[in-house]
Write a new protein. Structure first.
Length: 399
Protein backbone atom coordinates (compact mmCIF):
# COMPACT_ATOMS: atom_id res chain seq x y z
CA UNK A 1 0.00 0.00 0.00
CA UNK A 2 1.28 3.46 -0.89
CA UNK A 3 2.16 5.83 1.94
CA UNK A 4 2.04 9.57 2.49
CA UNK A 5 4.64 10.91 4.92
CA UNK A 6 3.82 14.17 6.65
CA UNK A 7 5.95 17.20 7.32
CA UNK A 8 7.11 17.67 10.93
CA UNK A 9 4.37 18.68 13.39
CA UNK A 10 1.58 18.26 10.82
CA UNK A 11 -0.03 15.21 12.40
CA UNK A 12 -2.02 17.00 15.14
CA UNK A 13 -5.38 17.04 13.34
CA UNK A 14 -5.12 13.34 12.52
CA UNK A 15 -4.24 12.54 16.12
CA UNK A 16 -7.54 14.25 17.01
CA UNK A 17 -9.11 11.97 14.36
CA UNK A 18 -10.14 14.78 12.05
CA UNK A 19 -10.73 13.00 8.72
CA UNK A 20 -9.16 15.52 6.30
CA UNK A 21 -5.53 15.73 5.28
CA UNK A 22 -4.60 18.76 3.19
CA UNK A 23 -1.96 18.73 0.47
CA UNK A 24 0.25 21.26 2.26
CA UNK A 25 0.86 18.86 5.16
CA UNK A 26 2.51 16.20 2.98
CA UNK A 27 6.30 15.87 2.80
CA UNK A 28 6.53 13.06 0.27
CA UNK A 29 4.72 10.15 -1.36
CA UNK A 30 6.07 6.61 -1.34
CA UNK A 31 4.69 4.10 -3.81
CA UNK A 32 2.00 4.52 -6.42
CA UNK A 33 -1.71 5.20 -6.08
CA UNK A 34 -4.51 6.02 -8.46
CA UNK A 35 -7.34 8.43 -7.60
CA UNK A 36 -9.56 6.84 -4.94
CA UNK A 37 -7.03 4.21 -3.90
CA UNK A 38 -6.50 3.55 -0.22
CA UNK A 39 -3.23 4.87 1.20
CA UNK A 40 -1.61 4.93 4.63
CA UNK A 41 -0.64 8.20 6.31
CA UNK A 42 2.52 8.26 8.41
CA UNK A 43 4.02 10.92 10.65
CA UNK A 44 7.51 12.17 9.78
CA UNK A 45 8.95 9.74 12.35
CA UNK A 46 7.19 6.77 10.75
CA UNK A 47 4.26 6.48 13.16
CA UNK A 48 1.10 5.15 11.51
CA UNK A 49 -1.74 7.71 11.75
CA UNK A 50 -4.63 6.84 9.46
CA UNK A 51 -5.78 5.10 6.30
CA UNK A 52 -7.83 6.90 3.68
CA UNK A 53 -8.76 7.63 0.08
CA UNK A 54 -6.19 9.39 -2.08
CA UNK A 55 -7.43 12.35 -4.14
CA UNK A 56 -4.65 13.95 -6.24
CA UNK A 57 -6.97 16.60 -7.74
CA UNK A 58 -8.23 17.99 -4.44
CA UNK A 59 -6.60 20.19 -1.82
CA UNK A 60 -8.07 17.66 0.61
CA UNK A 61 -5.52 15.10 -0.52
CA UNK A 62 -6.76 12.26 1.70
CA UNK A 63 -10.09 11.64 3.42
CA UNK A 64 -9.54 9.16 6.24
CA UNK A 65 -11.59 5.99 6.26
CA UNK A 66 -10.15 4.63 9.51
CA UNK A 67 -7.82 5.48 12.40
CA UNK A 68 -7.40 1.79 13.30
CA UNK A 69 -4.16 0.41 11.81
CA UNK A 70 -5.59 -3.11 11.90
CA UNK A 71 -8.81 -2.27 10.03
CA UNK A 72 -8.59 -2.97 6.28
CA UNK A 73 -10.69 -0.91 3.88
CA UNK A 74 -12.55 -3.64 2.01
CA UNK A 75 -16.10 -4.75 1.30
CA UNK A 76 -16.59 -5.82 4.91
CA UNK A 77 -15.54 -2.33 6.04
CA UNK A 78 -18.34 -0.65 4.08
CA UNK A 79 -20.87 -3.25 5.15
CA UNK A 80 -20.01 -2.55 8.81
CA UNK A 81 -20.05 1.23 8.44
CA UNK A 82 -23.42 1.23 6.68
CA UNK A 83 -24.93 -1.08 9.29
CA UNK A 84 -23.61 1.15 12.09
CA UNK A 85 -25.01 4.26 10.44
CA UNK A 86 -28.47 2.74 10.15
CA UNK A 87 -28.30 1.52 13.76
CA UNK A 88 -27.66 5.08 14.98
CA UNK A 89 -30.94 6.19 13.42
CA UNK A 90 -32.85 3.21 14.77
CA UNK A 91 -31.66 4.09 18.29
CA UNK A 92 -33.44 7.47 18.18
CA UNK A 93 -37.22 7.18 18.69
CA UNK A 94 -38.02 10.41 16.82
CA UNK A 95 -36.49 8.96 13.66
CA UNK A 96 -38.25 5.62 13.71
CA UNK A 97 -40.99 5.55 11.10
CA UNK A 98 -39.89 8.69 9.25
CA UNK A 99 -40.61 8.26 5.55
CA UNK A 100 -37.87 10.72 4.62
CA UNK A 101 -34.61 10.02 6.46
CA UNK A 102 -30.89 10.61 6.02
CA UNK A 103 -29.23 7.22 6.37
CA UNK A 104 -25.57 8.23 5.92
CA UNK A 105 -24.20 11.69 6.69
CA UNK A 106 -20.72 11.51 5.15
CA UNK A 107 -17.78 12.17 7.52
CA UNK A 108 -20.04 12.28 10.58
CA UNK A 109 -20.96 8.63 9.94
CA UNK A 110 -17.41 7.59 9.16
CA UNK A 111 -17.96 7.53 5.39
CA UNK A 112 -16.43 10.67 3.85
CA UNK A 113 -18.08 11.71 0.61
CA UNK A 114 -21.07 9.40 1.07
CA UNK A 115 -24.60 10.74 1.55
CA UNK A 116 -27.64 8.49 1.43
CA UNK A 117 -31.27 9.55 1.93
CA UNK A 118 -34.31 7.30 2.03
CA UNK A 119 -37.66 8.41 0.66
CA UNK A 120 -40.19 5.68 1.28
CA UNK A 121 -38.98 2.63 -0.64
CA UNK A 122 -36.25 4.50 -2.55
CA UNK A 123 -32.70 5.31 -1.44
CA UNK A 124 -30.93 8.23 -3.11
CA UNK A 125 -27.13 7.98 -3.00
CA UNK A 126 -24.79 10.93 -3.50
CA UNK A 127 -21.04 10.39 -3.79
CA UNK A 128 -18.93 13.56 -3.63
CA UNK A 129 -15.35 12.28 -3.27
CA UNK A 130 -13.15 10.16 -5.49
CA UNK A 131 -12.71 7.60 -2.72
CA UNK A 132 -16.45 7.14 -2.28
CA UNK A 133 -16.88 7.04 -6.05
CA UNK A 134 -14.42 4.15 -6.31
CA UNK A 135 -16.58 2.08 -3.94
CA UNK A 136 -19.92 2.97 -5.62
CA UNK A 137 -21.00 -0.59 -6.40
CA UNK A 138 -20.27 -1.93 -2.91
CA UNK A 139 -21.93 1.01 -1.14
CA UNK A 140 -25.06 0.75 -3.30
CA UNK A 141 -25.28 -3.01 -2.82
CA UNK A 142 -24.94 -2.89 0.97
CA UNK A 143 -27.44 -0.03 1.23
CA UNK A 144 -29.87 -2.06 -0.83
CA UNK A 145 -29.36 -5.09 1.41
CA UNK A 146 -29.39 -3.25 4.75
CA UNK A 147 -32.49 -1.14 4.09
CA UNK A 148 -34.57 -3.64 2.12
CA UNK A 149 -35.63 -0.74 -0.12
CA UNK A 150 -36.68 -1.64 -3.63
CA UNK A 151 -34.59 0.99 -5.41
CA UNK A 152 -31.29 2.86 -5.19
CA UNK A 153 -30.85 5.94 -7.35
CA UNK A 154 -27.59 7.90 -7.71
CA UNK A 155 -27.64 11.71 -7.61
CA UNK A 156 -23.91 12.40 -7.73
CA UNK A 157 -24.29 15.71 -9.54
CA UNK A 158 -23.10 18.13 -6.83
CA UNK A 159 -20.63 20.76 -8.01
CA UNK A 160 -18.01 19.69 -5.46
CA UNK A 161 -17.29 16.58 -7.55
CA UNK A 162 -15.42 18.77 -10.01
CA UNK A 163 -12.90 19.59 -7.26
CA UNK A 164 -12.19 15.84 -7.10
CA UNK A 165 -11.75 15.57 -10.86
CA UNK A 166 -15.06 13.71 -11.16
CA UNK A 167 -17.88 14.22 -13.67
CA UNK A 168 -21.52 14.21 -12.64
CA UNK A 169 -23.10 10.76 -12.37
CA UNK A 170 -26.80 9.97 -12.10
CA UNK A 171 -28.94 6.90 -12.71
CA UNK A 172 -30.43 3.78 -11.21
CA UNK A 173 -28.08 1.48 -9.32
CA UNK A 174 -30.78 -0.98 -8.19
CA UNK A 175 -34.42 -1.45 -9.14
CA UNK A 176 -33.99 0.11 -12.57
CA UNK A 177 -36.64 -1.98 -14.28
CA UNK A 178 -38.99 -0.01 -16.58
CA UNK A 179 -41.69 1.68 -14.57
CA UNK A 180 -39.81 1.32 -11.28
CA UNK A 181 -40.83 4.87 -10.32
CA UNK A 182 -43.57 5.86 -12.73
CA UNK A 183 -45.78 7.25 -9.97
CA UNK A 184 -44.64 10.43 -8.16
CA UNK A 185 -42.64 9.78 -5.02
CA UNK A 186 -44.60 11.18 -2.06
CA UNK A 187 -43.61 11.16 1.61
CA UNK A 188 -45.50 12.24 4.72
CA UNK A 189 -43.84 14.40 7.37
CA UNK A 190 -45.73 15.17 10.57
CA UNK A 191 -49.10 14.83 8.88
CA UNK A 192 -48.21 16.76 5.71
CA UNK A 193 -47.72 15.04 2.35
CA UNK A 194 -44.99 16.23 -0.05
CA UNK A 195 -43.72 15.10 -3.41
CA UNK A 196 -39.97 14.51 -3.74
CA UNK A 197 -38.22 15.01 -7.07
CA UNK A 198 -35.19 12.75 -6.77
CA UNK A 199 -34.18 13.36 -10.40
CA UNK A 200 -33.98 17.17 -10.51
CA UNK A 201 -34.82 18.46 -7.02
CA UNK A 202 -32.33 20.23 -4.78
CA UNK A 203 -29.77 18.05 -2.96
CA UNK A 204 -31.14 14.49 -3.17
CA UNK A 205 -34.65 15.78 -3.81
CA UNK A 206 -35.64 17.39 -0.52
CA UNK A 207 -34.28 19.26 2.53
CA UNK A 208 -34.48 16.56 5.18
CA UNK A 209 -32.19 18.53 7.51
CA UNK A 210 -35.00 21.04 8.21
CA UNK A 211 -37.56 18.42 9.30
CA UNK A 212 -37.61 19.33 13.01
CA UNK A 213 -37.49 23.05 12.28
CA UNK A 214 -40.55 22.74 10.05
CA UNK A 215 -42.37 21.04 12.92
CA UNK A 216 -41.23 23.85 15.26
CA UNK A 217 -42.70 26.39 12.85
CA UNK A 218 -46.04 24.57 12.97
CA UNK A 219 -46.00 24.95 16.75
CA UNK A 220 -45.40 28.70 16.46
CA UNK A 221 -47.68 29.58 13.55
CA UNK A 222 -51.15 29.62 15.10
CA UNK A 223 -53.05 32.84 14.32
CA UNK A 224 -49.90 34.46 12.90
CA UNK A 225 -49.37 36.01 9.49
CA UNK A 226 -46.37 34.10 8.12
CA UNK A 227 -43.92 35.03 5.36
CA UNK A 228 -41.81 32.16 4.02
CA UNK A 229 -38.87 33.35 1.89
CA UNK A 230 -36.97 31.05 -0.46
CA UNK A 231 -39.87 28.66 -0.01
CA UNK A 232 -38.72 26.04 -2.58
CA UNK A 233 -41.34 23.24 -2.55
CA UNK A 234 -43.13 24.70 0.46
CA UNK A 235 -42.17 22.53 3.41
CA UNK A 236 -42.24 25.41 5.90
CA UNK A 237 -45.37 26.90 4.33
CA UNK A 238 -47.32 23.65 4.56
CA UNK A 239 -46.39 23.16 8.20
CA UNK A 240 -47.37 26.76 8.98
CA UNK A 241 -50.79 26.13 7.45
CA UNK A 242 -51.06 22.87 9.39
CA UNK A 243 -50.21 24.78 12.56
CA UNK A 244 -53.11 27.21 12.13
CA UNK A 245 -51.46 30.25 10.58
CA UNK A 246 -53.84 33.09 9.74
CA UNK A 247 -52.14 33.59 6.38
CA UNK A 248 -49.00 32.22 4.71
CA UNK A 249 -47.23 34.13 1.95
CA UNK A 250 -44.57 32.09 0.10
CA UNK A 251 -41.90 33.66 -2.11
CA UNK A 252 -39.36 32.06 -4.43
CA UNK A 253 -37.61 33.17 -7.61
CA UNK A 254 -38.10 29.75 -9.22
CA UNK A 255 -41.33 29.09 -11.11
CA UNK A 256 -40.76 25.28 -11.02
CA UNK A 257 -40.28 25.44 -7.24
CA UNK A 258 -43.54 27.35 -6.79
CA UNK A 259 -45.30 24.88 -9.09
CA UNK A 260 -44.04 22.06 -6.86
CA UNK A 261 -45.31 23.97 -3.82
CA UNK A 262 -48.77 24.36 -5.36
CA UNK A 263 -48.76 20.66 -6.22
CA UNK A 264 -47.80 19.81 -2.63
CA UNK A 265 -50.58 22.04 -1.36
CA UNK A 266 -53.02 20.12 -3.54
CA UNK A 267 -51.77 16.87 -1.99
CA UNK A 268 -53.08 18.13 1.36
CA UNK A 269 -56.80 18.89 1.03
CA UNK A 270 -57.07 19.08 4.83
CA UNK A 271 -55.10 22.35 4.84
CA UNK A 272 -56.82 25.75 4.51
CA UNK A 273 -55.79 26.56 0.93
CA UNK A 274 -57.55 29.93 1.05
CA UNK A 275 -54.97 31.13 3.59
CA UNK A 276 -52.06 30.54 1.21
CA UNK A 277 -50.62 32.97 -1.33
CA UNK A 278 -47.48 32.49 -3.42
CA UNK A 279 -45.34 34.92 -5.36
CA UNK A 280 -42.58 34.40 -7.92
CA UNK A 281 -39.98 37.07 -7.24
CA UNK A 282 -36.41 37.79 -6.22
CA UNK A 283 -36.64 37.65 -2.44
CA UNK A 284 -34.37 40.66 -1.83
CA UNK A 285 -36.53 42.80 -4.14
CA UNK A 286 -39.81 41.41 -2.82
CA UNK A 287 -38.94 42.20 0.79
CA UNK A 288 -38.15 45.81 -0.09
CA UNK A 289 -41.43 46.11 -1.98
CA UNK A 290 -43.41 44.63 0.91
CA UNK A 291 -41.79 47.13 3.29
CA UNK A 292 -42.57 50.05 0.97
CA UNK A 293 -46.19 48.86 0.76
CA UNK A 294 -46.49 48.91 4.56
CA UNK A 295 -46.97 45.14 4.89
CA UNK A 296 -46.36 43.55 8.28
CA UNK A 297 -45.95 39.92 9.38
CA UNK A 298 -45.97 38.11 12.70
CA UNK A 299 -43.42 35.46 11.66
CA UNK A 300 -40.82 35.52 8.89
CA UNK A 301 -38.85 32.45 7.74
CA UNK A 302 -35.54 33.01 5.95
CA UNK A 303 -34.04 29.80 4.56
CA UNK A 304 -31.80 31.06 1.73
CA UNK A 305 -29.49 29.01 -0.47
CA UNK A 306 -25.82 28.58 0.39
CA UNK A 307 -24.25 32.05 0.11
CA UNK A 308 -20.77 30.90 1.30
CA UNK A 309 -19.72 27.41 0.17
CA UNK A 310 -16.33 27.92 1.84
CA UNK A 311 -14.61 30.32 4.24
CA UNK A 312 -13.12 32.35 1.38
CA UNK A 313 -16.63 33.45 0.39
CA UNK A 314 -17.58 34.47 3.93
CA UNK A 315 -17.15 38.22 3.57
CA UNK A 316 -19.37 38.51 0.50
CA UNK A 317 -21.89 36.10 2.00
CA UNK A 318 -22.02 38.08 5.24
CA UNK A 319 -23.25 41.12 3.34
CA UNK A 320 -26.01 39.07 1.67
CA UNK A 321 -27.09 37.55 4.99
CA UNK A 322 -27.16 40.98 6.62
CA UNK A 323 -29.21 42.51 3.79
CA UNK A 324 -31.81 39.76 3.84
CA UNK A 325 -32.16 39.75 7.64
CA UNK A 326 -32.35 43.55 7.75
CA UNK A 327 -35.19 43.52 5.22
CA UNK A 328 -37.03 40.79 7.13
CA UNK A 329 -36.70 42.52 10.50
CA UNK A 330 -38.28 45.68 9.07
CA UNK A 331 -41.37 43.66 8.14
CA UNK A 332 -42.01 42.19 11.57
CA UNK A 333 -44.74 43.48 13.84
CA UNK A 334 -43.84 44.11 17.50
CA UNK A 335 -43.71 40.73 19.22
CA UNK A 336 -42.97 39.06 15.89
CA UNK A 337 -40.61 36.15 15.32
CA UNK A 338 -37.77 35.79 12.84
CA UNK A 339 -36.74 32.22 12.02
CA UNK A 340 -33.49 32.71 10.12
CA UNK A 341 -30.99 30.17 8.79
CA UNK A 342 -27.62 29.79 7.15
CA UNK A 343 -26.60 26.55 5.46
CA UNK A 344 -23.20 27.97 4.48
CA UNK A 345 -20.26 26.01 5.82
CA UNK A 346 -18.14 29.15 5.54
CA UNK A 347 -20.36 31.01 8.05
CA UNK A 348 -20.02 29.76 11.62
CA UNK A 349 -22.70 30.14 14.28
CA UNK A 350 -20.88 32.97 16.09
CA UNK A 351 -20.46 34.95 12.87
CA UNK A 352 -24.06 34.29 11.86
CA UNK A 353 -25.32 35.59 15.20
CA UNK A 354 -23.16 38.68 14.78
CA UNK A 355 -24.59 39.27 11.30
CA UNK A 356 -28.19 39.05 12.54
CA UNK A 357 -27.34 41.33 15.47
CA UNK A 358 -25.96 43.91 13.06
CA UNK A 359 -29.07 43.65 10.92
CA UNK A 360 -31.31 44.24 13.96
CA UNK A 361 -29.25 47.26 14.98
CA UNK A 362 -29.48 48.77 11.50
CA UNK A 363 -33.21 48.08 11.41
CA UNK A 364 -33.65 49.87 14.73
CA UNK A 365 -35.20 46.79 16.32
CA UNK A 366 -34.58 45.33 19.75
CA UNK A 367 -34.32 41.55 19.35
CA UNK A 368 -33.48 38.50 21.43
CA UNK A 369 -32.55 34.92 20.59
CA UNK A 370 -35.11 32.57 22.10
CA UNK A 371 -33.86 29.38 20.42
CA UNK A 372 -30.91 28.10 18.42
CA UNK A 373 -31.87 25.80 15.59
CA UNK A 374 -29.85 23.04 13.93
CA UNK A 375 -30.23 20.10 11.58
CA UNK A 376 -32.39 17.11 12.45
CA UNK A 377 -31.05 14.15 14.40
CA UNK A 378 -30.41 12.10 11.27
CA UNK A 379 -27.78 14.73 10.36
CA UNK A 380 -25.36 14.11 13.26
CA UNK A 381 -22.13 16.04 13.73
CA UNK A 382 -19.07 14.02 14.70
CA UNK A 383 -17.29 15.75 17.58
CA UNK A 384 -14.00 15.56 15.68
CA UNK A 385 -15.52 17.12 12.55
CA UNK A 386 -17.15 20.47 13.40
CA UNK A 387 -17.33 21.30 9.68
CA UNK A 388 -20.27 18.90 9.53
CA UNK A 389 -22.45 21.44 11.37
CA UNK A 390 -23.30 23.46 8.28
CA UNK A 391 -26.94 24.27 9.13
CA UNK A 392 -27.49 26.80 11.87
CA UNK A 393 -30.49 28.92 12.69
CA UNK A 394 -31.82 31.44 15.17
CA UNK A 395 -35.35 32.02 16.40
CA UNK A 396 -35.40 35.72 17.25
CA UNK A 397 -38.14 37.60 19.15
CA UNK A 398 -38.47 41.20 18.02
CA UNK A 399 -39.88 44.01 20.18
Amino acid sequence: MACLILKPDREKSLLRQHPWLFAGAIERFEGRARPGDTVDILACDGRWLARGAYSPESQIRVRAWTFDEHEPVDHAFFKRRIAASLARRQALPELVGQQGLRLIHAESDGLPGVVADRYGDTVVLQLTSVGADKWRAAIAEYLHQATGCARVYERSDAGVRAMEGLPAATGWLHGAAPGSLDAPLVIEEYGVRMQVDIFAGHKTGFYLDQRDNRRRLAQLARDRRVLNCFCYSGGFSLQALAGGAREVVSIDSSAPALAMFEHNLALNPQLPHERSASREADVFTALRELHQAGERFDLVVLDPPKFAPSAKHAERAARAYKDINLAALRLLSPGGLLMTYSCSGGIGLELFQSIVAGAARDAGRSARIVERLFGAADHPVDLTFPEGEYLKGLLVLVD
